[in-house]
Design a protein. Structure first.
Length: 445
């Protein structure tokens, strides 16, 4: 196995995982927003809240289809690119993956069809209950893969014997130290992605015509949600950082750009990590303020010099975290300033200047950047381990030729670009022309 084969395998798997995570996040965030819209519509079934629900349920349906389709390559690559992994962690991963697939089956067969096609056959309260159950099911669908990922980063409740993990406590496996923070980060990113998408689309619509009442209500709900969630993301990121400092000290050191153990750790806001010279060039730093986010041993803070040959790629880990943080900061500023500007104008985005509405339309995709950069930081920061501290990526990589891996990567990336372009085209079309209302009963619109 060559170094090229190893990295091509990781890039192909991570790109598929990132594509699935993007639409799984949109699906989850929109599911909870639709549940809110549908519950608010119970007081007026033909009112503006129902109109908002009927518009955004189309976007949710497409996001679900793309997330479901993207999950298939991830499952295939999980076995083909890492053929030895299931043999080593099968006792842990097998039941978790089975639980995830069972959840998808129940969610898809029992609730999703009734939500999308049963509005005319169900009462308003029954249909609203189904929509809420879809949101719960979407959350459960995300829970199981996040449980497996978090366990691989902070393995608990199992021990390695003869290169094979044996389960001792399922509760410790499921509720491992990383799970609350990873789950909070993903759920927050999902809600933020949905909220910013709603705000951006409504703002773009007002550039061509006045906003309808349903659009103003959707914008108000999304802006309030974004203002709250973006603050919670800071809390979840801080918790994840503290867990990484304890269980993944090499990742913590690479994120902080902390090279030499024993020196006073600075909080580096930005810089250029120079691996050859083991320093941060042109660094913007806060002196002696970074110790809390680093792993420690008896001698003090652990630098990258403690992990020679077993540290993650420093530059990628360093920059991916800061790209995610910058995207989150810009999203926070945009959401809060929009809320302040519009709270006296009934949350009508038409009251904003045209350039600010253009900004909202662009910032609709800032959570996408935050999500992708955050995922890259979590995954790359674990390198070279597949299961933290025990199983390395090089041990489980298959022997697929590099040329075949490169060809597969190009093909997958081409398909993903087409899918994203198709999603954007659909979003632009319904934003411009609207959707056809679903008849509640025969003879009624």
């Amino acid at each position: 196995m060559t170094h090229t084969t190893l990295w091509l395998s990781q890039v192909q798997f991570f790109s598929s995982l990132a594509f699935m995570a993007l639409f799984l996040a949109l699906e989850l965030g929109l599911a909870w927003m639709l549940a809110y819209f549908r519950l608010r519509s119970l007081s007026a079934p033909a009112g503006p809240w129902m109109a908002a629900y009927r518009f955004w349920v189309r976007v949710f349906a497409v996001a679900f289809i793309l997330a479901f389709a993207a999950g298939l390559p991830v499952l295939i690559q999980f076995g083909s690119l890492w053929p030895s992994l299931m043999g080593r962690i099968g006792d842990v991963a097998g039941p978790l993956l089975a639980a995830g697939l069972t959840t998808v089956f129940i969610f898809k067969s029992c609730f999703l069809g009734a939500m999308l096609f049963g509005e005319r056959q169900l009462s308003d309260r029954a249909h609203a209950a189904v929509v809420v159950m879809v949101a719960v099911g979407a959350t459960a669908m995300a829970f199981w893969p996040l449980t497996l990922l978090s366990w691989m980063h902070t393995p608990a409740g199992a021990y390695l014997l003869d290169e094979h993990y044996r389960v001792t406590a399922w509760l410790s496996i499921i509720f491992n130290p990383s799970l609350p923070w990873y789950l909070g980060l993903f759920a927050g990113a999902s809600l933020l992605a949905a909220a910013c998408l709603v705000m951006g689309v409504v703002a773009a619509q007002t550039l061509r015509r006045p906003a309808e009442e349903s659009e103003r209500l959707a914008f108000r709900a999304a802006s309030r949600l974004a203002c709250v969630v973006v603050i919670l993301q800071v809390v979840f990121a801080a918790g994840a950082g503290l867990v990484a400092a304890r269980y993944q000290p090499a990742k913590a050191a690479a994120t902080a750009g902390y090279w030499q153990s024993g020196t006073q750790p600075d909080l580096v806001f930005f810089g250029w990590p120079d691996t050859a010279r083991q320093e941060n060039r042109a660094a913007l730093r806060w002196r002696h303020a970074g110790g809390r986010w680093l792993g420690r041993d008896q001698k003090g803070a652990q630098g990258l010099d403690k992990f020679s040959g077993m540290a993650p790629p420093v530059a990628l880990t360093f920059f991916s975290f800061r790209i995610a943080a910058l995207a989150g900061l810009l999203t926070m500023m945009t959401a809060w300033l929009s809320w302040v500007k519009l709270r006296r104008h009934a949350y009508d985005p038409a009251c904003l200047s045209r350039w600010w509405r253009h900004l909202l339309a662009v910032m609709a995709f800032s959570p996408w950047i935050m999500l992708q950069a955050g995922a890259a930081h979590i995954l790359l920061g674990a390198y070279p381990y597949a299961v933290n501290g025990t199983i390395t990526v090089s041990e489980i990589t298959g022997d697929t030729p590099a040329g075949l891996l490169a060809g597969g990567l190009v093909a997958f990336l081409g398909l993903y670009v087409l899918f994203v372009a198709g999603f954007m085209r659909m979003l632009g079309y319904i934003s411009r022309y609207g959707v056809v209302p679903v008849a509640r009963r025969r003879g009624r619109a």
